[in-house]
Design a protein around this ligand. Structure first.
Ligand SMILES: O=c1nc[nH]c2c1ncn2[C@H]1C[C@H](O)[C@@H](COP(=O)(O)OP(=O)(O)OP(=O)(O)O)O1
Ligand SMILES: [Mg+2]
Length: 202
């Protein structure tokens, strides 16, 4: 079976591929589809943007589609960068630029006030069916400098106290057990299972 994930983010696509591997599901991302449009993320919540991305592509292609809208919420910054995580330092800026901006903004913030969470909303849109939406979170703290080289995005500056490592110091199998994305995906799988059970009733 193949599932389309409506993302152009290669880091995300890899993680979905890895999380679906044991189920024998192949993940395709929008990078495989020529001329697929950038869906504008006009929502103000992760859920809204995930629904927007999933439903737009599902309607266009008439197939089931999963979309992921995710980001980093930092308590000392009142939840920023939040839904603007991908474009925090500007539209054409890189993960490096985004991390640099966060580290600069937190320069004078004490160690005990650097709590943050990664958030992931997943939407599963299908032709003629209601869209399923779930959310997962992963709590940690913002480091003062980058650590590790795995993962993507803000992983190098995100510290997991219980593991005493940054997210970028985890092997992908480890990250894919505890991440906001993994937690959301578990919830989505449960919802799909429950739905199937409902349909099977006489
Ligand atoms: O596990 C993660 N580890 C580190 N950083 C992460 C993670 N998950 C999301 N993030 C960051 C990356 C990006 O700055 C933003 C997502 O933005 P978001 O709009 O959902 O994705 P995107 O624009 O890169 O790709 P797309 O919209 O095509 O799925 O949050
Ligand atoms: Mg995006």
């Amino acid at each position: 079976m193949k599932i389309l994930v409506a993302t152009k983010n290669k880091g995300k696509a890899k993680e979905f591929q890895s999380m679906f591997e044991n189920l024998g599901v192949e993940i395709l991302s929008l990078n495989y589809i020529e001329g697929s449009p950038d869906v504008e993320e006009t929502g103000v919540t992760f859920e809204e943007n995930a629904i927007l991305k999933a439903e737009t592509i599902s309607n266009q292609m008439n197939i089931p589609v999963i979309a992921d809208d995710s980001g980093l919420e930092i308590n000392a910054l009142e939840g920023r960068p939040g839904v603007y995580s991908a474009r925090y330092a500007g539209i054409h800026k890189s993960d490096e630029d985004n991390m640099k901006k966060v580290l600069e903004e937190l320069q004078d913030v004490e160690d005990n006030n650097r709590d943050a969470q990664f958030v992931c909303a997943l939407a599963f849109a299908r032709p003629q069916k209601e869209t399923l939406v779930v959310k997962g979170e992963c709590k940690g703290q913002i480091l003062r400098e980058k650590r590790g080289s795995e993962g993507f995005g803000y992983d190098p500056i995100f510290f997991l106290p219980q593991l005493n490592r940054s997210m970028a110091e985890l092997a992908k199998e480890e990250k894919n057990k505890i991440s906001h994305r993994a937690i959301a995906l578990e919830k989505l799988k449960k919802l799909i299972n429950e739905e199937d059970l409902l349909w099977e009733k006489p």
